[in-house]
Design a binder for this molecule. Sequence first.
Ligand SMILES: Cc1cc2nc3c(=O)[nH]c(=O)nc-3n(C[C@H](O)[C@H](O)[C@H](O)COP(=O)(O)OP(=O)(O)OC[C@H]3O[C@@H](n4cnc5c(N)ncnc54)[C@H](O)[C@@H]3O)c2cc1C
Length: 236
Amino acid sequence: MSFLKDTLSIFKKRELSFLECHKESENVYTFLFEKDSDITWKAGQHGLFNIIHRKIKNPTRPFTLAAAPSENIVRITIKIDENPSEFKYAMLELKQGMKISMSGPVGGFYLKENIPSLLIAGGIGITPFRSILKQLEEEGDSIRKPIHLLYMDSKKSFLFKEELDAIANHPSISVTYLDSRDGLYQEIEKFTSLYNNNSKYFIAGPISMVNSIASYLQNNGVLKRNIKKDVFYGYK
Ligand SMILES: Cc1cc2nc3c(=O)[nH]c(=O)nc-3n(C[C@H](O)[C@H](O)[C@H](O)COP(=O)(O)OP(=O)(O)OC[C@H]3O[C@@H](n4cnc5c(N)ncnc54)[C@H](O)[C@@H]3O)c2cc1C
């Protein structure tokens, strides 16, 4: 049932009014849009965003809804390198009050059970976990099982660090920042040796990273059904 609901919502399309954009780091920007009262999502889901202020060739991209629903704003955080695609160039043109359209929210990448969970982010793959952890922070005392975030970025450009550190003050939530695969694998092993298949594993980031970590987990005895992947196509 929830699979159908998480998929069919793709047919819900609405226009969002642009509020502002700010830089998170050298090549990462956050875009904020007004949240109408009739739109909500599960922390970790994404929307399909469509450029409508001018005609471009490929006007649609999926982006994680990086705010928790309780934050009352639609937020997307995007990596924009030098020589951006036409889509990203059009995003940078947005001025207050201009519109973009969004279909969704969609996807099954969200916490369903109150069981130990390991969240593994590679680079920009931190966006769904910002939303998930913000939502957990809001829910406060109802979290009793350990939630551990492993955030890997080889350039040590850790987005949302202040917010994540503040959330990690919760006794059940912890965050480890890593800049190497070896370090990441060591942390994964610590977690699997404690919880093995009595937990869920969430991985988000570029395809090569997500697939290699999923294989590593499976080689260490984690069942496929306990691994959830959010593959950010478009990044290597
Ligand atoms: C569920 C989901 C959530 C995402 N969330 C974020 C986010 O929060 N922040 C963020 O910055 N990005 C996110 N992305 C990635 C984003 O949608 C874009 O793909 C990415 O930003 C690259 O866009 P671009 O316009 O720079 O490059 P593009 O011009 O789209 O393409 C870059 C390269 O990727 C290839 N490519 C593009 N799409 C696909 C595909 N579907 N399958 C295979 N190859 C493909 C293209 O052929 C090209 O070679 C998400 C993707 C998914 C699927």
